[in-house]
Design a protein around this ligand. Structure first.
Ligand code: FE2
Length: 270
């Protein structure tokens, strides 16, 4: 099966790029399933019902979350009603779920959403939780396991790869909004530390540069805003899985000017 993964969709410019490019990428890249991260999709913080339905109607099959999952109050009910995840390592009793499985091309695919530790809310240990959930999926006979590791620290993401590379099909990082160039297939597991944002590419992590500059100059708080006008980008990792193992992975960037390019191809490490 062929899966497309889009990292953090940031605000209206990001949603616009999804609407414009995902339907055509599904065809040109022969994608069977598309995953994206929603946590910054509505005004840069959280997800509204309207935007959730719009994104899921634009060729995305399931969406993952992160520390900003809770920023819009209406998310509570949506997490059950729609194919949405929140990090699995929130404590017991928190609404929503962190793993869902799907039937794709006659095979089962599990999508897991994890959140890192450094600089993140106090949640359960992501490594212990990951071991536990993978064990459950293995016991259910699910071979295709896809992980969104939503984390700040590159070391946590890389350590997760080292720990799980023989047991899961792909681990892709989100949260920093800045794409990294370390796409690799290691022992059948596709990995990149961060996919990078889909949204404004010409400001600061998808937000209007004015506020962060002011914050860095003064140390005073300020509210981030998504710019009304900007140069936008969509970044997607495409991965092909066979019998639960990644056999090909590459990264596509699409620009609001209309062009697109393959910018990374995974090196195979055996
Ligand atoms: Fe985040």
């Amino acid at each position: 099966m062929r899966i497309g993964f889009i990292g953090d969709i940031v605000g209206r410019p990001g949603r616009k790029m999804v609407r414009r490019f995902v339907p055509e990428l599904r065809k040109s890249e022969r994608l069977d399933f598309v995953v994206a991260n929603y946590e910054n999709a509505s005004h840069g913080f959280g997800l509204t019902e309207k935007n959730a339905r719009e994104l899921l109607g634009s060729g995305i099959d399931v969406m993952t979350g992160g520390n900003h999952t809770w920023d819009k109050k209406e998310i509570g009910g949506l997490l059950e009603a729609l194919p949405l995840l929140r990090p699995i390592n929130y404590p017991e009793g928190v609404p929503g779920r962190g793993v869902r499985s799907f039937e794709v091309e006659g095979e089962r695919l599990a999508v897991v959403n994890l959140m890192g530790h450094y600089g993140m809310p106090m949640v359960d240990n992501p490594f212990i939780t990951a071991n536990r959930v993978v064990e459950v999926l293995e016991s259910e006979g699910i071979e295709n396991i896809f992980v969104d590791m939503h984390a700040e620290a590159t070391s946590e993401k890389r350590a997760l790869l080292m720990m799980l590379r023989e047991r899961v099909s792909a681990i892709f990082g989100t949260h920093t909004h800045v794409g990294t160039d370390d796409l690799v297939i290691d022992r059948g597991c596709a990995y990149v530390t961060d996919v990078g944002l889909t949204g404004c590419r010409d400001n600061v992590i998808g937000m209007d540069a004015k506020v962060p500059i002011e914050r860095f100059l003064t140390g005073l708080p300020g509210r981030f805003e998504v710019p009304d006008r900007c140069r936008a980008i969509l970044q997607m990792i495409v991965v092909e899985l066979r019998d639960g193992r990644a056999v090909e992975a590459y990264k596509i960037r699409a620009y609001d000017e209309g062009d697109r390019e393959i910018v990374l191809k995974a090196r195979m490490e055996v």
